[in-house]
Design a protein around this ligand. Structure first.
Ligand code: SER
Length: 586
């Protein structure tokens, strides 16, 4: 099924249920400086979910363009995208659970003809403040979803909020059995063959900046269904990039390259994903251009990474390939997003100008990178080298990190961020710079995550064994990622224990202290460090109560009580003998 078809069917279906079709809001949020891009269909509707009357009434439906950057470094796999479209239907104080659930069910089973046998759902299990969602479960049962296919899960799974504050509520998520294996009778939320396709959020609460939750004036419904994933399911493929959405674009990339999809899926997916996102960002009426801050920096990073991968697979960078691909994307999406046609020339110019600019230094930069690597002692690239690649050759830090990782080398990302900041301060004294979107900065959240990283490192030494060592880390304002040596997949128990330990230390309100000492004294005192040979003779050591001591440049919070609640979101393999944990603070 073509995605256009899915979108049309969805909008028509909800129109037949009394909904008004609204156009997608811009990708760059209006009047919200705290947020770089719209990342969910509900975001532009927040004022209406909070009670303001919508001019088109109380039932709305749309296809919203979204950009999510939290998983930027996972792009290249089968399922992640930086840009995606989200189908949604809303009730603004109109219908609630019964209609929302029944219509999702009807659309899936009657319009898309998905067999009920392949569906499972999750509902909220209840906690001290919000009761178990028996109502939702009973509606599902009345529609023919058996009890064994209903899982009752906690707040991490069945409570939805965009970020830290705003309209929120319990949700019920719908899962589809994506596998040729026989469908098990019982739903197992841990079995990854069950993939989420639709989320129905019952938005009846509002979370405030001080953490309190109150009732919204009206009970709303917010639903979201990802176009890319649903099309992949309907077309029976487990690689989103093999659907009809991408076919022409991928075929063209392959044709222009010296390789095949099978040989280089990662580079090809990155090119396809990044150029589509770049086209949509550049086409937004806000007029974003590649730059070194905020959305402009994201646009630059996406285009430059795309160019690097194009070069890698033998695409002629002077052939105008970026225009060919951009034109295909514009053609494909122009009916839903009129700004693509309106701003077509702007988009093409942005891409070509950025390509020309980067192409002047890319070749030399890559040679310089190779030279640096051959002279490297150990497997860590220091901040000065990374900064030279940035400053002289226009390599965004993340591009250097990616190149380095391909060779098993780590980059001193924190040192780079520090140096970058100093540089900015020097060149623009007094002006405050923001470090958003993956460039490890020193904002409040990054600082908290940095301290949480030390706690997690200490916890894993206790829970797994004392030989656990940090192999890398990456911090954004939204989450932390921590790579560590470990020869096995962590058990549920190990994960839970590590998480509990970190939360215990947070509760204990441990002081974080810093001291300067000689490197050898630091080592004697048992301080943890990643690459001792890379440190100068005098080092800075951060201690957290007496649970952690690490050589580190900071910055950190003053007391662990500032961190909030620590949650491990994911544990997975990173490379041989190295595991990766993604965690958040709530
Ligand atoms: N806001 C919810 C989500 O993004 C449902 O639309 O998943």
């Amino acid at each position: 099924m073509q995605e256009v078809n899915l979108k049309e069917k969805y909008l028509k279906f909800f129109e037949s249920k009394g909904h008004k079709i609204i156009p997608s809001a811009p990708l760059i949020p209006e009047n919200d400086p705290t947020c770089l891009f719209n990342s969910a269909g509900m975001q532009p509707l927040v004022p209406y979910l909070k009670g303001q009357p919508h001019p088109l009434g109380t039932r709305l439906t749309d296809v919203q363009k979204c950009v999510r950057l939290t998983d930027l470094d996972e792009i290249g796999d089968k399922t992640h995208h930086t840009f995606f479209e989200m189908l949604g239907n809303w009730s603004l104080g109109d219908y609630f659970k019964k209609e929302a659930i029944s219509w999702s069910f009807e659309f899936l089973t009657k319009v898309l003809n998905i067999p009920v046998e392949k569906l499972a759902v999750t509902v909220f299990e209840g906690d001290e403040t919000i009761p178990k969602d028996e109502e939702a479960a009973n509606i599902w049962k009345s529609l023919g979803i058996p009890e064994e296919r209903i899982s009752y899960l906690d707040k991490d799974n069945n409570f939805w909020i965009a970020g830290e504050e705003g309209p929120c509520g319990t949700d019920t998520e719908i899962f589809y059995w994506r596998s040729n294996d026989p469908v098990p009778k019982k739903h197992d939320p841990k079995d990854e063959r069950w993939v989420e396709i639709w989320n129905n959020v019952f938005m009846q609460y509002e979370k405030h900046p001080d953490g309190t939750i109150t009732n919204l004036p009206k009970k709303n419904v917010d639903t979201g269904m990802g176009v890319e994933r649903t099309v992949a399911i309907l077309e029976g493929v487990d690689d989103n990039y093999l659907t009809s959405i991408w076919k022409d674009i991928i075929d063209n990339i392959v044709k222009m390259s010296q390789t095949t999809y099978e040989e280089n899926p990662k580079s090809i997916r990155i090119i396809a994903d990044h150029i589509r996102t770049a086209v949509f960002i550049a086409a937004d009426d806000s007029g974003i251009k590649p730059s070194n801050t905020d959305q402009g920096y994201i646009l630059r990073r996406l285009i430059r990474r795309m160019i690097r991968h194009a070069k890698k697979i033998g695409i002629d960078l002077e052939s105008g390939f970026e225009r060919t691909l951009a034109e295909m994307i514009i053609e494909k999406y122009k009916d839903y997003y009129p700004e693509l046609t309106k701003n077509k020339e702007v988009v093409l110019d942005v891409l070509t100008n950025e390509l020309k600019k980067f192409n002047r230094t890319l070749e030399k930069g890559l040679k310089e990178f190779e030279k640096m690597v051959t002279h490297l002692q150990g497997n860590r690239m220091d901040k000065d080298l990374a900064f030279k690649l940035y400053d002289t050759y226009g390599f965004p830090l993340e591009l250097t990190v990616e190149l380095a990782h391909e060779k098993g080398i780590e980059v001193d990302e924190e040192g780079f961020a520090q140096k970058f900041k100093e540089h900015q301060e020097k060149s623009r004294a007094g002006s405050e710079q923001k470090f958003k979107g993956g460039l490890s900065g020193n904002g409040e959240m990054e600082t908290k995550y940095h301290t949480a990283t030390h706690l997690l490192n200490a916890a894993l030494k206790i829970v797994v064994n004392k030989d656990v060592h940090q192999k890398g880390s990456n911090i954004t304002p939204e989450r932390m990622r921590f790579d560590f040596t470990c020869d096995h997949k962590l058990t549920e128990e190990e994960k839970k224990k590590a998480e509990d330990l970190v939360n215990e230390w947070i509760k204990e309100a441990l002081p974080v202290t810093v001291e300067e000492m000689k490197k050898e004294d630091a080592l004697k005192s048992g301080a943890e460090c990643m690459f001792i040979e890379k440190y100068p003779d005098m080092v800075t050591v951060y201690s957290i109560g007496n649970v952690s001591k690490e050589l580190c440049g900071g910055p950190h919070v003053k007391n662990t009580s500032e961190l909030g609640h620590f949650v491990i979101k994911k544990e997975e393999a990173s490379s041989a003998g190295v595991r990766r944990i993604k965690a958040i603070l709530k």
